[in-house]
Ligand binder design. Sequence first.
Ligand code: EPU
Length: 422
Amino acid sequence: MSTEDRIVVRGGKRLEGSVVVGGSKNAAVAIICASAMIKGKLTLENLPKITDILILLETLEQLGASVEWTAEKTVQIDASDITSYTADNPALGKLRGSYYFVGALLGRMKQAKVVFPGGCNFAPRPIDQHIYAWETLGATVDTTGGYISAKAKKIIGNNIYFDNYSVGATINSILTATLAEGMTTIENANREPHVVDVANFLNMMGADIKGAGTNTIRIKGVKELLGGRSYSIVPDMIEAGTLMIAAAATRGNITLNNVIPEHMESLSTKLTEMGVTITQMDDSITVKGSSKRLGAANIKTMPYPGFPTDLHPQFATLLSVADGESKITEGVFPTRFQYAEQLQKLGANIQLSGESAIIKGVTKLIGAPVQPTDLRAAAAMVIAGLIADGQTTVYNLEYLDRGYENLINKLKSLNALIERES
Ligand code: EPU
C-alpha cells in the first residue's frame, strides 16, 4: 500500500441505508494464532480481510500450517504439521496481537520465539501481566533481542491473579493454559466479547474453558485440540460503534446488520442520552440521528462492559459538535489523546487535563488535512470529515487498513462523499 494514499471526504451528507458489520479484528487476531494449537483442518468464517489478519495468516504458513481462502471471508487452516516454534515474520512487529503466537506455541510446543509486538502507539503498552502468567504456568520468559522467547519443560496449571483487566494477558493465559497439565484459574480476567469468542472457539475444538465473560475463568488442561469444525468470528463491536457514531454525527438514519446489540449497550445508552434514537432487533441496530443538535455527554472508558476505549476518539469527534461541554476520561490507556491535536485542526475546542479531555461543542468543523497516528484516531478523522464543511483529507492510511475492513466502501454505500486516492 502506498504511503501516499489518502482519503478525501466531503462533509455534509447524512448517512442513510443499511450495511453489514464484519468480523471482530481483535477476536480474529487471537483466533488465528490459536489455530496454531490445533491438529486437523478447521474453517474460520466471517474473517475481516485487513492487514493484521493477512500478516498473521502468512506467519501461520511460515510456521508450517496450510492456509487457504475458500470464500470471501472464509479461510481453511490446517496446523497439524507445525514444526517450528519461531515466528520471525518481521511484519509481526507492526501489530499487537502477534503476542498470541507466544501463548499458542508455548502451549502446544512448550517453546515459542516471536517477534516483539508493536501496534498502535497511543500509550505505553507493557506486557508484564503476560509474562507473569506464562511464568506462573511454569515457563521462563526472555524479551531481549527483539523477540519474546518462552520455554518450559512442562506447562502446569496454576492460579493466575491479574493486577488489571488486560484483554491480551487474559487471552494469552487461556491459550497457554488450555494445553497445560491440570487446572488453571484466572482471577480478574477481562470480560470483553473477544475474550469470550476465543474461549468459545477453543471449546469447540476440544478445550475445557469455563467462565469466559466473567472475572473468573477456569481452564482444565487437555492433551490436544482437534479441528474438523467451522467457527464464525463474532461481529466487530468497534466497527459497529464507529458506524453508529458516524450515523449520529451526520444526523443520518442507518441500520447495521450482523451486530450483537448487547455488546453495544454502553454506546447506545450514551447516544440515547444525547438525543439519538436507537432501535435494537435480534442482530441489528437502527440509529436515527436527531434533527436538533445533540446534547453534551460525559464518558469514562473502562474495560467491558464499560464504554470501550477503542471508541473514545470517534466519540470525541461527535462531542466536538454537541451542544455544551463534555468530558471524556480515559480509564484504560491514560494517554490516549493523540487524536485531539488532529481534531483541533478542524476547529474543535478540546482541552486536555490529566486523563481527561474537556470538549466544548462548536457549531461546525471545517475540513482540513489530517495525519492521525493510530487506528481509532484515523476513524475519528473520517467521521470528522463526514460532518465538516468542505474537504478533509486523511493521510497515514496504514492504520485504517490494519483495522477496518472496507470502511470507505461501506460509508460510500451509505451515501457518504468519500474516496480513496493515490
Ligand atoms: N497492561 C499492563 N500490563 C500488561 C498488559 C496490559 O499494565 O501486561 C495495561 C495496559 O497498559 C492498559 C490496560 O492494561 O492500561 C489494558 O490493556 P490490554 O492488555 O487490555 O490491551 P491490549 O490487549 O494491548 C487490546 C486491543 C486494543 C484495545 C485494548 C483495550 C488487541 C489486539 N488489541 O489491547 O485494541 O484498545 O485491548 O480494550 O486486541 C484497537 O483495536 O484499536 C486496539 C488498540
